[in-house]
Design a protein around this ligand. Structure first.
Ligand code: ASP
Length: 216
């Protein structure tokens, strides 16, 4: 889990991983932005959150409450990522994930790793991915978007990045946003839910797949 609030300008990063008992992991990642670490895992993540004065929780109780409200499919994993550009022209990205079902204890996927599940640089853009974490990390998909944005539109950059998964397999989807406010997204999975809005057109666009957007 990670966050890059204002990180697009200063390249600040914060992330916690394999964390239990932290009520809001993104708040912990945000608190880390102004600290030296980039990523803290396991018990250290909880200790960091406690020291930052953030709300802790009983992880087992939280899981029980969440599971009671969710279908079996939803229990497997959830990931939410966002890229934002504010009126000052600052970019930030954030990702929060429950990981993948059946993973090894202590496993850390792409989401908290800079250049893998996310990246943000105010001079280039911001990108976030969701999907098969090992493959996303091995192919450093967010980093590839950053390089591709020199020559390609955000959509083309995400597509070009995803094309590298053809070499090793794996499903993923990604979103990207440039400092000029251009949005792009793509996925090689069947579905990839996306929503976006801007001050130019504040009515949110919500799609469950690229083909749904194309047929809208
Ligand atoms: N990428 C996440 C992980 O591998 C899972 C996901 O995006 O659903 O931990």
């Amino acid at each position: 889990m990670l966050r890059g609030d204002d990180g697009g300008r200063t390249l600040q990063r914060g992330a916690i991983a394999a964390a239990k008992g932290v009520h809001n992991p993104i708040a912990a990642a945000k608190a880390m932005l102004f600290d030296k670490p980039v990523l803290i895992a396991g018990d250290g993540a909880r200790a960091f959150a406690a020291q930052a004065g953030l709300r802790l929780c009983d992880p087992d109780a939280l899981i029980a409450v969440h599971d009671a409200k969710r279908s079996d499919a939803e229990k497997r994993h959830d990931t939410v990522g966002c890229v934002v550009l504010d009126e000052r022209g600052l970019l930030a990205t954030a990702v929060s994930t429950g990981g993948l079902e059946g993973s090894a204890a202590g496993r850390v996927g792409d989401s908290p790793q800079p250049g893998c599940g996310f990246y943000c640089d105010n001079n280039i853009g911001g990108a976030v991915f969701s999907g098969d974490g090992e493959e996303i990390a091995r192919m450093i998909l967010a980093a590839r978007v950053m390089y591709a944005l020199d020559d390609l539109s955000p959509r083309e950059a995400v597509e070009a990045s995803l094309a590298h998964l053809d070499n090793i397999g794996g499903e993923a989807g990604g979103i990207a946003l440039t400092p000029e406010g251009k949005v792009g997204w793509a996925h090689n999975s069947d579905h990839f839910a996306v929503a976006y809005a801007s001050s130019d057109d504040p009515s949110p666009k919500v799609y469950l797949s690229k083909s749904e957007e194309q047929n809208a």
